[in-house]
Design a protein around this ligand. Structure first.
Ligand SMILES: Cc1cc2nc3c(=O)[nH]c(=O)nc-3n(C[C@H](O)[C@H](O)[C@H](O)COP(=O)(O)O)c2cc1C
Length: 230
């Protein structure tokens, strides 16, 4: 094996971050296909390949974004929409609560959003529904008959997309924000009844001048989560 490969793979993994501001530069369809094809080399139990991807660009992306933002901006209407599955815990306990808070505080600091500024927080959350202006919006769905194991496989596929994109100079942000509005997404994309939304993802070229793109999250040291049993 080429001795440079570990360093290259590590550099790709390490340089991936959640990008929350994109340039309008288009991503060629062939490049999107290339990323998805290599990402689908992800393993899955009995090679089930549980993923289905809906690639939105141009008017399809704009139409969905407009519908989602309009719903999100209408609190009464938004309250009628709930997630099909809970991505986040119902009860936030340590150490997860502290980690979550830290990311939020750091992101809002970069964006100069003050604590309690509900309007600007709302606007920033709404940017999720515009895929942070990325030219490509991906919606991921899974067959409702599949179990937790397939959801685990799905995560490997998603990470592969993010790394394959990064290796090609593109950036991404996985987005659970879409889950609340899965009904609108299903209707708008005319999803088959047996498909349920897992998450979304913004894909494109990072805006190098956006302060939010300078956020680099830390990771807990191994001593907090690894136990060697000799
Ligand atoms: C499945 C998944 C869903 C996520 N959903 C959102 C989201 O809706 N909006 C957002 O801004 N970030 C979202 N994130 C990004 C996380 O906040 C981010 O991965 C975490 O803070 C670690 O930062 P990093 O990705 O920059 O390393 C999501 C990440 C994952 C893996």
């Amino acid at each position: 094996m080429n001795k440079d490969i570990p360093a290259i793979v590590d550099a790709v993994i390490d340089s991936r971050y959640s990008c929350r501001a994109f340039l309008s530069t288009e991503v060629p369809k062939q490049l999107i296909e290339e990323i998805l094809a290599i990402a689908a080399r992800a393993p899955s139990g009995t090679n089930m390949q549980p993923w289905k991807v809906w690639v939105l660009t141009g008017s399809s992306k704009q139409r969905l974004s407009e519908r989602l933002v309009a719903t999100f901006d209408d609190p009464e209407e938004a309250a009628t929409h709930t997630e099909t599955f809970a991505y986040y815990p119902k009860k936030w306990l340590s150490p997860f609560i502290e980690r979550r808070r830290k990311v939020g505080i750091e992101l809002y600091k970069l964006l100069d959003i003050q604590k309690g500024d509900a309007e600007r927080m709302h606007k920033q959350h709404a940017r999720n529904f515009q895929f942070f202006d990325a030219p490509v919006g991906l919606i991921f769905t899974i067959d409702t008959t599949l179990e937790q194991g397939s959801w685990m496989d799905y995560g490997m596929f998603l990470q592969n997309i993010m790394l394959a994109a990064k290796a090609r100079g593109l950036d991404t942000c996985a987005q659970a924000a879409f889950l609340q509005f899965h009904r609108i997404i299903s209707e708008d994309l005319e999803l088959p009844e047996n498909e349920t939304v897992i998450c979304g993802m913004a894909l494109g070229y990072a805006d190098p001048d956006a302060p939010e793109n300078t956020l680099r999250t830390e990771r807990a040291p191994l001593s907090e989560w690894v136990t060697f049993k000799p």
